[in-house]
Design a binder for this molecule. Structure first.
Ligand code: CA
Length: 345
């Protein structure tokens, strides 16, 4: 899901993703708190939201149409509150998030859309394999985009109350999207948490990053490949993507490695990491290129360890989760075998 980097949506989306793809649920612990449900009824809450929406510049016509079929989604509340069944590690997560069949489908999708992907990749300075990898991780190449009416999802999440301000902000952004005419309410669907279309943008991310690449006047991240790919690429470009670099690589640390260097996210050149004893996963020396990187240890020092370049951190703007960034990186790498983007460092 394309996330507004100022917001932290990673847990509901990760839960959705895992619910769909692996039947597991995974999220940080959730505190039970007082919700609006204890205060006022849902229809009354909707009435107040409509007044606030008008104050936020949404027309009466759009408001009436948008809320005409709004409903409380028990599913959203349930999904948001569910607890992990057990703790995942990258060793158990990656094979579930990126199974072999997904790698095959990613390669097929890459070939099928080769021309469009390369045109957009060039226009935005993003290697196409990363666009395809994001697309595959987010929605299984557009197959699982969610089937909830976005206004219902966001109204429910706001009403539920734990993160009311955040979801109200998303709701008003969603209404603005309707007001701009990009999509009709009947087609305005996505996840229970409000992530939309084939790249799962939250509404604020949509407003910031979505692109009408085919020029028909609509930023259609639901059905138009040109808009879907360009919106993902535009997100990465805007967040500082480096077109001539890959994401990083899995590495081995020496036994005496100072783990504090990873903890504190210290940036060092590859040469400096090399001098500290960091090696490629196969034991070889690190590449001799002028790149700064950080050491990332998503699980613990016995788990998978990465040398993360700039682009890995850009992926974490999209979704603030090491697991997400690692899954996208890994899939992009598998698409790239044999090498497709031979020019990158
Ligand atoms: Ca369009």
């Amino acid at each position: 899901m394309k996330f507004d980097k100022k917001l932290t949506f990673s847990s509901p989306i990760k839960m959705l993703f895992l619910t769909i793809f692996s039947g597991l649920l995974f999220s940080p612990l959730v505190n039970a708190e007082t919700t609006n449900k204890d205060k006022i009824a849902f229809p009354e809450y909707v009435k107040q939201l409509k007044i606030e929406a008008k104050e936020n510049g949404i027309s009466a016509e759009v408001i009436d149409k948008a809320f005409a079929n709004v409903e409380f989604l028990q599913r959203s509340v349930k999904s948001d509150k569910e607890q992990p069944e057990f703790k995942l590690t990258l060793d158990t997560y990656i094979p579930r998030a990126v199974p072999d069949w997904k790698i095959e489908q990613a390669r097929e999708a890459y070939k099928k859309h080769y021309q469009l992907l390369h045109e957009i990749g060039k226009a935005y300075g993003v290697q196409p394999r990363f666009i395809v990898a994001l697309w595959g991780i987010e929605t299984n190449f557009g197959r699982f985009t969610g089937n909830h009416y976005i206004i219902s999802s966001l109204t429910t999440m706001a009403y539920e109350g734990r993160r009311e301000a955040l979801f109200k902000k998303q709701l008003f952004a969603a209404l603005l999207i309707l007001q701009q005419g990009h999509v009709q309410p009947k087609d305005f669907i996505g996840s229970w948490a409000g992530a939309m279309g084939q790249v799962q943008f939250m509404p604020t991310s949509y407003l910031n990053y979505a692109v009408d690449y085919d020029g028909d006047g609509k930023k259609d991240i639901w059905n138009t490949y040109a808009d879907i790919f360009a919106s993902a690429a535009n997100y990465l470009k805007t967040e500082g993507w480096h077109a001539d670099e890959t994401w990083g690589r899995q590495v081995l640390l020496p036994a005496d490695f100072d783990l504090q260097l990873a903890e504190s996210k210290v940036q060092k050149s590859l040469q400096e990491w090399q001098d500290l004893g960091v090696r490629r996963y196969n034991g070889d020396a690190l590449p001799k290129v002028d790149i700064n990187a950080t050491i990332v240890i998503p699980d613990d020092k016995n788990g998978r360890i990465y040398l993360a370049y700039n682009n890995y951190h850009v992926l974490m703007h999209w979704n603030r989760s090491y697991y997400f960034a690692t899954a996208v990186s890994y899939l992009s790498e598998r698409i790239n075998q044999p090498s497709i983007d031979a020019t990158e460092k």
